[in-house]
Design a protein around this ligand. Structure first.
Ligand SMILES: [Zn+2]
Length: 268
């Protein structure tokens, strides 16, 4: 267990000297880790479904494979997020070869996610969907402003990819998106949707849920009047706390509890 994570968790909890802190799991072997991560990825789709982040065939979440990091797991094309199981997932390499699984996958999923997984070795998972609020906000071609504690997570921590040239079909555009993302947590794909990354599947999905919600908040506030912004120093300080590894991972845990209680067939 990383001492950094323990210290981060202790700094924001009362009782952590007496009780067990919620922490990411550790594994004795890679096969157990792979099974867990596939189940977590399938759960991530259930969380997306719970938030209405499905839009026909659009949307994909990927998890880098822990045994062969040159490959990643992705959703099969055409299965609703609410029905995806761990056994439905498809593993693909960075050349676009399906190396495990029995379904086709979305071209754009490969073109975008493979290039981000290649460019960001620190990132384990990448999430993207065409959501109502993310899509609306993306059409403004603007960054999210630090208008709330939650929005500070993305302060100086996301970019706008302002090129829309149709459905992403080639790795060259995936490279451009990865370059726009750079070392940040998220990128707003103008006229398209949102994309977030994380050091774990949990963090990538929780960051996505939060970003979509922040887009909704800013759209509401901008429509209502003049925004009062949080100052630079406070926004940076708030990002360090609420955008920390332990908090971004932790934000997924209540969401997981809900989908797990509703229907845990994603584990299969
Ligand atoms: Zn898309």
């Amino acid at each position: 267990m990383s001492n950094d994570l323990i210290e981060q968790a202790k700094s924001m909890t009362i009782g952590s000297d007496k009780f067990a802190l919620p922490m990411p799991p550790t594994f004795d072997n890679l096969a157990a880790q792979q099974t867990y991560e596939k189940q977590r990825l399938a759960a991530g789709f259930r969380v997306f479904a719970m938030h209405g982040f499905d839009e026909g065939l659009a949307g994909h979440i990927t998890q880098r494979d822990c045994i062969d990091p040159e490959t990643f797991w992705v959703n099969p094309l055409g299965i609703h997020f609410a029905h995806i199981k761990a056994s439905d997932l498809v593993r693909v390499d960075h050349k676009g070869n399906i190396v495990e699984g029995n379904s086709v996958i979305n071209n754009a999923a490969f073109a975008i996610h493979s290039r981000i997984h290649m460019a960001r070795p620190d990132v384990a998972a990448v999430a993207h969907a065409h959501t109502k609020f993310g899509r609306a906000f993306s059409s403004l071609g603007q960054l999210l402003k630090p208008i709330s504690q939650d929005a500070c997570v993305f302060y100086e921590n996301h970019s706008v990819f302002d090129v829309f040239s149709g459905v992403v079909a080639d790795a060259e555009e995936g490279d451009m998106i990865a370059a726009s993302l750079a070392d940040k947590t998220a990128v707003i794909l103008q006229n398209h949707g949102l994309l977030t990354v994380g050091k774990s599947l949990d963090a990538a999905v929780a960051n996505f849920v939060l970003m979509d919600s922040c887009c909704q908040s800013q759209l509401l506030a901008q429509a209502a009047g003049e925004l009062k912004l949080i100052s630079h120093d406070i926004a940076v300080k708030t990002k360090r706390a609420n955008g920390s590894d332990i908090v971004t991972w932790g934000n997924f845990q209540p969401l997981y509890q809900v989908v797990n209680a509703q229907d845990n067939s994603f584990l299969d």
